[in-house]
Design a protein around this ligand. Structure first.
Ligand code: ATP
Ligand code: MG
Length: 430
């Protein structure tokens, strides 16, 4: 026998038992985005490698070591998207959507990063992503945060904390970057390898280090909030006021920086204590320079991304996972006459009741076998089309759970009766 092929490291199958939680999360997500007037956007999973290098920045974990990049048969340099923002910005530019000035978008799907797999950290993972373009004021920052807060609340995840900070403008950051460079430079012997490299390239990135050895040094580093330019300070204060007025609790985290280079002014993160080392469930911020950096007219932008695996882990801890939907009706079929009609009957029932979950017995079998399968399917009722019933123009309906007497009803009334028994609502099939 040949060897079984295993999935790649850090890449997981989502088994049927786990999908209800994901479907629940995705349904709530759709509802909440609709409630705020955001449109769904879907962008490619593969893009030119250059796109991510140019937008995310060289001294980031992602570009330094996490991208799945390859050269294809046509010599194109391709990368599996490690995050959604770059692709969305590319897409709104390529499709000329920025001409309308103001866009509020969301998307959802798989992302790929070649990191060391561990609990809450995978190589293929999924994000829910929100982006807005053309809004310069702090009101969109507040709306973005309110939106993420509502998704978390609707899911029942109340044990999360909001951290916010401001990185100022890139111009104002130059002075701060020097200050930070001097600080970390003076403690050169305490820096890990990554941080040493970042000290030359972009010392701000050192603040994002996850290295335990670095944490004490980072905790005493100078903070950007002390060097904010006037307008960024006003923007930040206004955001804080909007959040307070909206009743959202927040914590100012002066050393919070995002792992990506393109952020300016507001950055924020939702964290949870329930996830071990991986505490961040949603992170985002403003990226006013990115659109211009990718070649279009300067347009302010802001966005966030929520890690779906981490959210589902929190839901599971609270038992908020839902259950798999079982069929309601299992169709038992015996004899040539019944077999000839059975698909037609099943299809007409599905026409009449678009919500009905009907499982059809495939591959024949005697009554005993078929009822065993019916029971295993989890269905509430069996609909029996047997030889004897067909001859008399009736069907039998057996309650598989309540041990009631089997009932019979005329062929022409079967659909109506099933509707009553299962409490189905009529409607047109789409
Ligand atoms: P971290 O600091 O945990 O590495 P990050 O700064 O790289 O996170 P972002 O790029 O901001 O994360 O992504 C937003 C969210 O996506 C994170 O808050 C997290 O919930 C989730 N996420 C990021 N990387 C992974 C991963 N490898 N596996 C699972 N979820 C992830
Ligand atoms: Mg990361």
């Amino acid at each position: 026998m040949s060897k079984i092929i295993e999935p790649l490291r850090g890449v997981h199958d989502l088994l049927p038992a786990a999908t209800p939680a994901w479907q629940h999360l995705e349904r709530i997500t759709r509802e909440v985005f609709a409630a705020y007037g955001y449109d769904e956007f879907r962008v490619p999973i593969i893009e030119q490698t250059q796109l991510f290098k140019r937008s995310i920045g060289d001294f980031t974990d992602i570009v330094e070591k996490e991208m799945f990049s390859f050269v294809d048969q046509g010599e194109d340099h391709i990368t599996l998207r490690p995050e959604a923002t770059a692709g969305i910005v590319r897409a709104v530019i390529s499709n000329g959507l920025l001409r309308d000035g103001r866009l509020r978008l969301w998307c959802m799907g798989p992302m790929f990063r070649r990191e060391r797999p561990q609990a809450g950290r995978f190589r293929q993972f999924h994000q829910i992503d929100a982006e807005a373009f053309g809004f310069a004021g702090p009101d969109i920052d507040a709306e973005m945060i309110l939106l993420s807060a509502r998704i978390l609340r609707r899911l029942g995840l109340t044990d999360v904390k909001l951290l916010i900070n401001s990185l100022g403008t890139p111009q104002a950051r130059t002075g701060y970057r020097e200050q930070l460079g001097a600080y970390f430079g003076a403690h050169g012997e305490q820096l890990d390898e990554d941080s040493k490299r970042r000290l030359q390239g972009n010392p701000l990135r050192i603040l994002d280090s996850k290295h335990p050895q670095m944490q004490r040094l980072i905790a005493q580093a100078p903070v950007m909030l002390d060097s904010l330019d006037g307008e960024s300070r006003e923007h930040f204060d206004a955001l804080c006021a909007l959040l307070r007025n909206a009743g959202i609790e927040y914590h100012v985290a002066p050393r919070l920086v995002r792992g990506l280079d393109y952020y300016s002014r507001t950055v924020f993160e939702w964290v949870s204590d329930g996830l071990g080392a991986q505490s961040s469930v949603c992170a985002g911020g403003r990226y006013d320079g990115l659109v211009a950096q990718l070649g279009a007219a300067p347009t302010p932008g802001i966005g966030w991304a929520m890690g779906q695996e981490r959210i589902v882990m929190l839901m599971e801890k609270l038992g908020l996972t839902g259950s798999v939907q079982r069929p309601q009706l299992y169709m038992v079929i015996a004899g040539a006459a019944a077999e000839a009609q059975a698909f037609k009957v099943a299809e007409s029932l599905r026409d009449a009741w678009p919500q009905l979950r009907l499982q059809y017995n495939l591959g024949g079998g005697n009554f005993k076998t078929q009822f065993k399968r019916a029971d295993k399917s989890g269905a509430t009722f069996a609909l029996v089309l047997g030889e004897d019933e067909m001859a008399r123009g009736v069907v039998a309906i057996k309650d598989l759970r309540a041990g009631r007497e089997q009932e019979e009803c005329e062929f022409s009334r079967a659909s109506e009766r099933i509707g009553v028994l299962l409490g189905l609502k009529a409607g047109k099939a789409e």
